[in-house]
Ligand binder design. Structure first.
Ligand code: ADP
Ligand code: MG
Length: 502
């Protein structure tokens, strides 16, 4: 398939994002609907718990099974969570929002309708900034509304029966709807990653893929730039970022194939088959009119006061983009390292804890700490399939070790041994160094003695070096280091050897 990526100017940022030499002039247009489970211990309209992984139908109150006469009671914490999310994406928090019923029949929906917000969602506008090929681009958000999840039909337990589990019935969701602003699968994946990062920072959704806390519907169409958008296919219920990319790539190829062979893309709902990596038609796309939406007569409009919104605004933490900028400025670390460190708040906090425990912040210890965390610490954690919260030594040990590199007690090479030992035995670097006798040799008399011995043992090499074979210097350094059992201070060995060969 030809490369169909082409990018348009992002007016908000005002930077031209150029296509990577598209060989075809189809432009891809993508808008995403993200369903994020609101972090809340209880459901949206009942007191049932939302706890994951319980026996079927354990998290069910009479309201959740639609017993006659049961009425919804709005969980105000979920509203706060949606407001917080709206503020984090710099959206407009609507002072009045209204719950509507979306009517349809399905066995896992006992009431015959889902409560959602169609006409007056709680949040409109807002944006998420992604960075692609070094350029920033805003993906605009159309709306965030609050809605309830449905139950689950289980068809795999018996050949003759289907079962219904209503544990998820009424679980609170936010639907975050983007504008059709993405122009490639890569942009869509970056958008979702950034959104997930923000939701985790503000703790309004845990974004666990395995628990199904976050799911994506991808709306995909193609057109020639300068012409109206094409008909879109909506690929439903994608549950991983990798699948999102695959579903979009498949859709784009399919649609270009149809149009280039003279056909027309029909607007429809499709599903993604992650085994065969393809999308398949599910049904013709229904209009909102098909659902007979109307305001829920059992629920009052949600009216928000300024005071409430401001109280929630005050709880917003520093967000990923701001943290990244600050890390770059405050600690002189590169943007790539900063990206890694801010991806998870826990990692960012540990980094700052390590920096504040270092004696040499003025001598660039933050940069060294960042390097050691990213390359060594994460490698060990990955290898053992561990998470950053599994670190079993105080992070100040890392600061101590970095300080010992900076003050010349150990070399970077010895530090690797110290680090490996520290991770295994949870002991302080000082202790490891003294027990294993790893202190770097910085005594110039001892180094000079080793140099003298090496020069004496290798008279030919010295002559050749002096005659111009300069690369022998490395060999001689190696011999001196060997003489010092690998513990010579590298800079001193270099300097003193230069001096001796003059
Ligand atoms: P629904 O899917 O419920 O009918 P909307 O009409 O609001 O809802 O559109 C849903 C999503 O489709 C939004 O994310 C929007 O950006 C996206 N979208 C709309 N038109 C197109 C298009 N031509 N191509 C791709 N995405 C589109
Ligand atoms: Mg939709």
């Amino acid at each position: 398939m030809s490369d169909t990526r082409a990018y348009k100017t992002d007016e908000k940022i005002g930077k031209e994002v150029e296509a990577a030499a598209p060989s075809s002039d189809w432009e891809v247009v993508i808008g995403l609907e993200v369903h994020a489970q609101i972090s809340s211990d209880s459901k949206l309209f009942s007191r049932s718990p939302t706890e994951y992984g319980r026996e079927p139908n354990m998290n069910v109150a009479m309201y959740d099974v639609s017993f006659p006469g049961m009425l919804p009671v709005l969980n105000e914490f979920c509203v706060d969570q949606a407001i917080k999310t709206g503020l984090a994406i710099e959206g407009t928090i609507n002072r009045i929002s209204i719950f509507d019923r979306k009517n349809y029949f399905y066995p896992d929906l006992p009431s015959g309708y889902q409560i959602s917000q169609l006409y007056h969602p709680i949040v409109t506008d807002g944006h998420v900034t992604i960075e692609i090929d070094g350029l920033k681009k805003n993906i605009n958000i159309e709306r965030i509304h609050i809605e309830q999840d449905a139950g689950k039909s289980i068809h795999t337990l018996s050949p003759n029966n289907s079962y219904i589990d209503l544990n998820r019935s009424g679980v609170p969701l936010m639907e975050i709807v983007s504008k059709p602003d993405m122009r490639s699968a890569a942009e869509a994946m970056l958008y979702v990653k950034k959104l997930r990062m923000i939701l985790r920072y503000i703790e309004t959704c845990d974004c666990s893929m395995e628990k199904g806390s976050i799911r994506f519907d991808a709306n995909v169409s193609i057109h020639k730039p300068g012409t109206p958008f094409g008909n879109r296919a909506e690929v439903k219920n994608i549950n991983s970022i990798k699948f999102l990319g695959q579903a979009i790539d498949y859709e784009v190829a399919r649609q270009i194939g149809i149009v280039e062979s003279g056909g027309v893309v029909v607007q429809e709902t499709r599903l993604f088959d992650s085994v065969n990596i393809e999308t398949r038609s599910m049904r013709a796309k229904e209009d909102s009119a098909d659902y007979r939406y109307f305001p829920d007569p059992d629920l009052k409009p949600v009216i928000l006061t300024e005071e409430r919104i401001e109280r929630i605004r005050a709880t917003l933490p520093e967000l990923p983009d701001a943290k990244k900028e600050r890390f770059i400025k405050q600690y002189c670390i590169g943007p790539v390292d900063a990206d890694v460190l801010v991806e998870e708040v826990k990692v960012a906090d540990l980094f700052e804890e390590a920096v504040s425990a270092s004696r040499f912040v003025d001598k660039n210890s933050p940069k060294l700490i960042a390097n050691w965390m990213i390359s060594e610490l994460f490698a060990v954690l990955n290898k053992n399939n561990r998470d950053i919260s599994d670190i079993n030594f105080p992070i100040s040990y890392l600061s101590e070790m970095v300080d010992l590199i900076i003050d010349g007690t150990i070399s970077g090479k010895i530090a690797k041994t110290v680090f490996a030992n520290m991770v295994e035995t949870w002991r302080r670097p000082e202790q490891i160094i003294s027990e294993l006798g790893l202190v770097q040799i910085s005594d110039d008399l001892v180094i000079k003695r080793a140099i003298a011995k090496v020069l004496e043992d290798n008279p030919n090499k010295v002559t050749e070096y002096k005659a111009g074979k300069l690369k022998l210097f490395g060999f001689l350094v190696g011999m001196v280091m060997k003489e010092l059992h690998g513990k010579g201070n590298p800079k001193m060995v270099n300097d003193l050897l230069q001096e001796a060969l003059r």
